[in-house]
Design a protein around this ligand. Structure first.
Ligand code: PEP
Ligand code: MG
Length: 577
């Protein structure tokens, strides 16, 4: 009998295949009494297991950064934090000494206690982190007991994985294996598993509650990851209609991929640049794979994270030189340090602030600490002879800041000149437009900048007074809000009047619905996560510039974000058929 379940749409797409149920991984941990003389050995076993686990996670993280991107790899930072949690480690060691039981058993008891505490937290986000603690805890236990983890390597045919819960590690293990979709009983939209599924481009539905009780291994399943629907043992009509939909969807994806290496040009010959956002040099392979034409945003603050000291000029230089050489002849825009807000660095002692997004952030910090700023500027300048580098400053809110930053840049140039170190004296210097005051004074800023890059992630949060990290006000975070559109238009018009180019590197640039309108408004460069590049190119290649301009004109007349959204979505559907 056909059964339909409704859950949370975690990763879009349609897949049809046989169910492959995986049980909860209950690791049986023996309880053994130990002698006092065995305590040092047990502690050593524990330390070795922690080291081994750390190595596994770091390796997995590296692989994910290369295959998928830094954002996905960062998911495992949470795991490393759990692994290094002093409280857990100290509790295990002190109980080991007191209770004289084997370390694996003690650790499993401590783990249970922490999972219990986490799962009772009211906050949805923190609750989701239970699976992170569980995931890393099981890794440590397996290493303590010398058990191998079951992967998905041996699967002979494409299956739909069905589980009570799936950890981010398990999701990563599905990469390039015979898994065409997965469904779970629990989990939410913000879970790391969901984020990972999206990047792997595997349809997923989570939070189904009764998936494991209703589905048996071998059942035929339809997974509609866009609507959050799972159909168990569908009848022939349903199956046929989903086969059709799946085929259509596959045809669309193939059509996107077919144009990935072609230029981003409208039917009547208007060219724009499609570049990529990266956080680490390892992501260059993903840019090549998806047909990116350079880097529109290199977020360098990740370079400063997860370490105890500040990166040296030489380290900066080597990283930028590598990126410049690898991307040559394409351009690379290096964004100078943007710390603060939601990005903190442990090695710089920055006092915590009540409103970090409105505080000592980005260029404000760099202007106050020219010693730190200049190290990076000199490195960028030195690397500029190895390719086509540009640099840009984040969070510019006035022409004064831009002038001060340029003054420090001049000093950095002078220091290199004095040492006869070569650099590109004509390196282009841009301002990010992500503060409303900058958007409204773009004509003034254009006097001191060689280009602009609109950071919509921040521009939206500051224009609409919506904290970009707060789930409770997420419904107000509207890229399509007329205020945001007017600012974007103002920036593009002011820049073009001054004869300089404008790019966009916020998430909005990679949102299919907005592309046509942005082309119509005259945006010159779109910078986005590599995996969306083919689709965005396809969309641009499907219109004439007149059509795009008409869409922009019409959208600018609408009064609400919802109307704009509906209008541009409708146009996109119409144009793509
Ligand atoms: C932005 O604000 O749009 C942007 C690209 O910068 P970040 O997301 O790193 O703040
Ligand atoms: Mg920003």
């Amino acid at each position: 009998m056909m059964i339909k379940l409704k859950g949370i749409a975690a990763a879009a797409g349609i897949s049809i295949g046989p169910a492959y149920k995986i049980g909860k991984e209950d690791i049986v941990v023996p309880r053994q009494v130990i002698q006092e003389s065995d305590i040092p050995l047990q502690i050593q076993l524990f330390e070795e297991a922690l080291i081994k686990t750390r190595k596994e996670i770091v390796e997995l993280q590296k692989k994910i950064a290369t295959d998928l991107g830094q954002e996905e790899a960062q998911i495992f930072d949470a795991h490393l934090l759990v692994l290094e949690d002093r409280m857990i480690i100290e509790e295990v060691i002190s109980r080991l000494k007191k209770e004289r039981l084997n370390v694996a058993f003690i650790f499993s008891e401590v783990l249970k206690k922490y999972i219990d505490v986490f799962s009772k937290i009211e906050d949805e986000y923190l609750k989701e982190r239970t699976s992170d603690v569980n995931d890393v805890g099981k890794r440590i236990l397996r290493n303590l007991l010398g058990k191998e983890r079951k992967g998905f390597e041996g699967l002979k045919e494409k299956v739909v994985v069905v589980a009570h819960d799936i950890s981010p590690s398990d999701t990563a293990a599905m990469h390039k294996q015979n898994v065409c979709a997965f469904v779970t009983d629990i989990g939410g939209k913000t879970s790391h598993t969901a984020i990972m599924a999206k990047s792997l481009e595997i349809p997923a539905v989570v939070g189904l509650e009764e998936a494991t009780s209703k589905i048996k291994t071998g059942d035929t399943l339809i997974i509609d990851g866009t609507m959050g629907v799972v159909i168990i043992n569908p009848d022939n009509d349903t199956l046929n209609s989903y086969w059709e939909a799946e085929k259509k969807l596959k045809g669309i994806t193939d059509a996107f991929l077919a144009v990935k290496d072609l230029p981003a040009v409208t039917i009547d010959g208007k060219h724009v640049t499609i570049s990529a956002n990266i956080e680490l040099p390892e992501e260059i392979s993903a840019i090549r794979l998806h047909g990116g034409q350079g880097i529109g945003l290199y977020r360098t603050e990740f370079f400063y994270m997860n370490r105890k000291d500040l990166p040296s000029e030489e380290e900066h230089y080597q990283a930028y030189k590598y990126v410049a050489e690898e991307m040559n002849p394409h351009e690379v825009i290096i964004r100078t340090l943007d710390l603060g807000g939601d990005k903190f660095l442990s090695q710089l002692e920055i006092p915590s602030e009540m409103k970090p997004f409105l505080g000592w952030r980005a260029i404000r910090f760099c202007l106050a600490r020219p010693d730190v700023f200049k190290i990076q500027l000199r490195a960028i300048l030195r690397a500029s002879v190895h390719g086509k580098l540009k640099l840009m400053y984040p969070m510019i809110s006035s022409i004064d800041e831009l002038m001060q930053a340029n003054k420090i840049l001049e000093e950095a140039k002078e220091e290199l000149r004095n040492k006869d170190i070569p650099f590109d004296d004509d390196i282009e210097v841009g301002a990010m437009i992500e503060v409303p005051s900058a958007a409204l004074t773009a004509d003034l800023l254009a006097r001191e900048a060689d280009f602009f890059s609109i950071g919509t992630n921040d521009l939206i949060q500051y224009s609409l007074a919506v904290d970009r990290t707060n789930e409770k006000v997420a419904y107000l975070y509207e890229p399509s809000h007329p205020a945001v559109l007017r600012m974007i238009k103002n920036v593009i018009d002011a820049a073009h009047k001054a004869g300089i180019k404008v790019g966009m590197c916020g998430e909005m640039a990679g949102e299919p619905a907005f592309v046509l309108m942005l082309v119509g408004l005259g945006l010159d460069e779109f910078s986005m996560p590599p995996f969306v590049i083919p689709e965005i190119k396809y969309i641009i290649r499907s219109v004439t510039s007149q059509q795009a301009e008409a869409i922009a004109r019409e959208a600018m007349l609408l009064a609400t974000g919802r109307e704009v959204e509906e209008y541009i979505q409708g146009k996109l559907r119409e144009i793509l058929g």
